[in-house]
Design a protein around this ligand. Sequence first.
Ligand code: AKB
Length: 345
Amino acid sequence: MTDKPVVVISGAGGEIGHGLIQRIAAEGNYSILALDLRPLDPDLAKLCAETVEGSILDTALLEALASKYRVAGIFHLAAMLSTSGEAKPELAHAVNVQGTLNLLTFANREANNAGANVRFLFPSSIAVYGAPSISAKEAAGRITEEQFLMPTTMYGVNKLSCEHLGRYYTHHYRQLSSDRDPFHVDFRSIRFPGLISAFTVPSGGTSDYAPEMLHAAAKGEPYACFARPDTRIPFMAMPDAIDALMKLFEAPAEALTTTAYNVGAFSPSAEEVRLKTLEAFPGAEITYQNDVKRQGILDTWPADVDDSRARADWGWAPQYDFDRSFNEYLIPNIARRYALSGTTS
Ligand code: AKB
């Protein structure tokens, strides 16, 4: 038990979880209950009040946690990403949608036990968009939250349906009942671009080519990029992603005009990422070997997003543009990391 308000982080051992646990622990305002299928890295575990190995599909586990803690907020990070989701679409639906529904139910119960709304932060994705053609993508440029909501991946379909579930739990849950609960889930989601961390390498995503390229170069390993050189989608450095989650978590409910926000930072082509990586690691061997099927997914994702709503409602302003992300965050940290572990050849 703990005297600080508790936040639950699902998928705590993943890429976003690493940075988020460190940030919340450093600020010291909340105790962290970390949930993941696998044991948490011991350095992260020691920053948490409790770590639980288990699944968001295990409702008995969620009930046991609900009776033990008063939960003030949830960061629901657990998900199967866009490439892995295409290998096992039914499993992706179960994890991504049923898992979210279980946690929304948990949050709703917590809200009514505690007598206060429970904030539910959900990392959605640019995968909710599905441009019908490359020319439509190029013509659209920075797209708003309402455009092209026709995802082509199971992951994108799941993210979009979870956004709707969250909106339903926030505004319409049991709308016809005379005994509607006075407190509810306060769902807030961010449609993240591809994220690039200096400390973790993603797996199972379709935006993975950029972080994979950079980490391979730092390790002195050859890399064949599966995206075409002209592929352009938005990316963001991990510190900005963590900052966005915390800013939206802390924003007053009255300031919010939607439950799903775009956030942008920079939008390089794959070739621009390659050239930037080569500036830092001139000997790196980075080639192209296009995977036409994964490319098909990338071609439906927007080249850039209009994030003016996030800027107006909760003060979103990225701190890391393309140059600063690489020069001040990614390259120094990645170079140090692999030099220390002796991986660089
Ligand atoms: C993926 O590639 O699936 C994710 C995403 C863009 O949400 N990184």
